[in-house]
Each structure stands twice: as structure tokens, then as C-alpha cells.
Design a protein around this ligand. Structure first.
Ligand SMILES: Nc1ncnc2c1ncn2[C@@H]1O[C@H](COP(=O)(O)OP(=O)(O)OP(=O)(O)O)[C@@H](O)[C@H]1O
Ligand SMILES: [Mg+2]
Length: 235
């Protein structure tokens, strides 16, 4: 990769965002949604984004993961300047280094828990010989070894979300992005998911950035960014 496409960030920083703005164009009208975001993610951190509906959390999370690019400003992940790269290059980085978890699990309905996790290794191009041990390890991490053969509809919501976590970390991403991963779960299952996140950070060398509305969940964060109308409130 040439020097122009790489980015500099402070040592020990996994991702840095500088002056990021995102404006959407709808029917000739410009809608500013992110209005100057500065943030940092360091290795092995659990960072949360909170804020009212419509404040811009999902828009920002999509940019952290390279699904979208800022209208203005910089996003540097793992030495890659996302704001300077095209779709294909960002997709390649995302496949290798980033995992996503959504509110509604996003599992393949006809595949078992095992096959869902295996699919992610297949997509990432991991050598076939490594699949079995890695799938087994990831399902064990989320406490679902005994449910490996179940399809999503044969699992509870919390179990489905834990399969989604196993799937998202199987290819050993450096960063996991989760958009309201506990919103569909009751408080006990939500707490289980958070315990799994803590375990993954401790053992898998990953940083997790997630959005949530739940005050009890915010308590376990290493850092919370509060978003108000496209900006972070000083904390
Ligand atoms: N593709 C788009 N085109 C136009 N406007 C958009 C687009 N995506 C998001 N927006 C607008 O940006 C604002 C922020 O949306 P976003 O989804 O980031 O909010 P959020 O904080 O995740 O809210 P919630 O808590 O409801 O999920 C909203 O007003 C939304 O209408
Ligand atoms: Mg959202």
C-alpha cells in the first residue's frame, strides 16, 4: 500500500477519528448528521456510544467499520486511512480485521450454529484445515458447545446473539462493532452477552465498540461517548 493511503495515529491506538462529518443528500436537501466527531479506540477496550434515537450512532458505527465514509474528516483504522480508500479496499480490510454484530442477530436461518460460524471462516478465506478447531473454540467461548447443531429457530434470543458473536469473532478481527446488541434481550440475557464480550476482550485481543440505550450495560464500559445531535457531549 502506498504512503498516501496509510494513516498515522498515536502509538497504541487501534482506530482514530478526527473531525468526522457526514452529511446526507435527500431530495436536493443537505442533512448534516455527524457534525465533527473526534474519538479513539485502543486495543482491548470496551467502548460504548449512547444517545437518543436519531443522534447518529449507527451512522458513526458504519463509518468506523468502513461501510460508509465521512463527508469530511479522517478515520484511520489499523494504519489504513478509510477516508482515502475506495469501497473494494475497505471491504477487503473489513473482511480481514473487523466483525459486526447487529440487533437482530443476522444468522443464516437454515444453517446450524456450527455452520453459521464456519461460514464466516469460509468467507474470510481461512484455511479449511483450521475451521474445525476455530469453530469449536468460538462456540465454547460463548458457552454454546452443546447447541452447535441447533438452527437459529431452535435457540433462544440470547443464544442466537451468542452465535452471532462467535460468528463475528471467528476470523480473529481486531475490532468488533455491535449496534444495540442487547436491545432485543431481557436483562439477564443482556448481561450474559456483556460477560461474553468481557471474556472475548480478555482472551481474543479485540476491541469492542457498541451502541446501547441501557444504563446498566453502560456501567461495564471502559469509556462511554455520549452523542447529542451529531456531536459528542463533553464528559
Ligand atoms: N442514508 C441516509 N440518508 C439520509 N438520512 C439518513 C441516512 N442514514 C441516516 N440518516 C439520518 O441520520 C440521522 C441519524 O441516524 P442514525 O441511524 O445514525 O441514528 P441512531 O442514533 O442510530 O438512532 P437509533 O437509536 O434510533 O438507532 C437520522 O435523522 C436519520 O434520518
Ligand atoms: Mg441506530
Amino acid at each position: 500500500m502506498d504512503a498516501d493511503r496509510t494513516g498515522q495515529s498515536a502509538p497504541g491506538t487501534l482506530l482514530s477519528v478526527r473531525g468526522a462529518e457526514r452529511t446526507f443528500q435527500v431530495g436536493g436537501q443537505k442533512i448534516p448528521v455527524l457534525k465533527g466527531i473526534d474519538m479513539e479506540l485502543r486495543p482491548n477496550q470496551l467502548v460504548m456510544l449512547r444517545g437518543r434515537s436519531g443522534s447518529g450512532k449507527t451512522t458513526l458505527l458504519n463509518m468506523l467499520g468502513g461501510l460508509d465514509v465521512p463527508t469530511k474528516g479522517e478515520i484511520v483504522f489499523h494504519g489504513h486511512a478509510f477516508h482515502k480508500l475506495g469501497d473494494e479496499e475497505r471491504t477487503a480490510i473489513r473482511r480481514e480485521k473487523i466483525g459486526f454484530i447487529f440487533q437482530t442477530y443476522a444468522l443464516m436461518p437454515l444453517l446450524s450454529a456450527w455452520e453459521n460460524v464456519e461460514l464466516s471462516l469460509r468467507m474470510a478465506g481461512a484455511p479449511r484445515g483450521e475451521w474445525k478447531a476455530r469453530v469449536s473454540h468460538c462456540l465454547e467461548l460463548v458457552g454454546l458447545t452443546k447447541r452447535a447443531d441447533h438452527r437459529p429457530y431452535e435457540l433462544s434470543g440470547g443464544e442466537q446473539q451468542r452465535v452471532a458473536i462467535a460468528k463475528a469473532i471467528a476470523h480473529r478481527p481486531a475490532m468488533l462493532l455491535a449496534d444495540e446488541p442487547t436491545a432485543e434481550l431481557d436483562s439477564q440475557m443482556g448481561a450474559q452477552v456483556m460477560a461474553v464480550f468481557r471474556e472475548i476482550i480478555a482472551t481474543e485481543n479485540v476491541t469492542i465498540c457498541m451502541t446501547t440505550h441501557d444504563p446498566t450495560i453502560l456501567e461495564v464500559a471502559d469509556h462511554v461517548y455520549e452523542m447529542v445531535d451529531g456531536r459528542f457531549k463533553a464528559s
